[in-house]
Design a protein around this ligand. Sequence first.
Ligand code: ZN
Ligand code: ZN
Length: 344
Amino acid sequence: MDDSTHDPVDGDDSARRPRRSRFTRRGFLRTVTAGTALATAGVGTYAATAETVHSADAASAGDGAARTATFRWLGTSGWRVDVGERTLLVDPFVSRFSTGLFDGTFDPDTELTVDEDALAAHAGSPETILVTHSHWDHFNDVPHLAHTTGARVLGTLTTHHLALAYDVDPAQAVPVRGGEVLDFGDYVVEVVDSLHSRNASYSMAFPGVRLSRPKRPRTIADLPEGDTLAFQVTVAGGGPSVFFMGASDFAERNLRGLRPDVAMVALPSSDVTPDYVPRLLRALDHPATVVPVHWDTFEAPLTNPPPATDDARRRLDDLLADVARVSPDTTVVVPEYLTPYSFA
Ligand SMILES: [Zn+2]
Ligand SMILES: [Zn+2]
């Protein structure tokens, strides 16, 4: 890819793009389209319809057509991204076994299991898997995918060691920490040092790291948070830049200069992080499109409409209202499972 398609985190270059503008910094035609209706029950107000944004200098679009990139939500914060014939995954978790988390019977001794049929149906043949953190609802399915597809796994040092504990080939388990910019040809991945969500006690489930290879994990408690990353994926040839979160906190300074076209924003599960949406959207320079994630009941089958608890729906409505208030030019897409979306 050429330099014009990517802004390094190098300070304030906001003069190149008006704030709150839907024009992208690369001056491209931008569309948001989806294969099916977008609204989920009760949160349809801001569901997107097909939208086209024209820039003033679309003719200067560069040396080639954007790669075709489609994005399918796998539930939780999971995504399948197909760039041409190549597939990358973010936090794929489709096994969705019950821990009791959503019915008040949460059992930290729940055994880890893999739904091989669901993975075969939905994961495709990934070459790259990006893991934001190593909690079970982000990492559980990754070792199986690494074994069956040969995909390279990018994650924290903890994720690296946990992958080794499942006998993933060390050459596939790539530790990253934030700041890396990695060129995969048809797409570039920028790794962002990020933060995990805070629960109502200002803490989190299963904190901890793994500084060496542990014994093979057996229960969900054997998969600690292990520090948290975010990722920005920029599709080469003028495709969109998409920011992926797996948990609902962030360090504002680490987002400076990313300026994605699309942001997959994790829903907070508590009120202890103030001004979450305003600070996040400001730090990301008001992306043209926001897609809320990690709001569904991820222990129910992966069927539409995505199920959510009453509390999650209330928080989702609050998030949508916050986006409309602080970033009125942003389009919100409330995703449905497995539906192909394109953003360019
Ligand atoms: Zn987590
Ligand atoms: Zn999670």
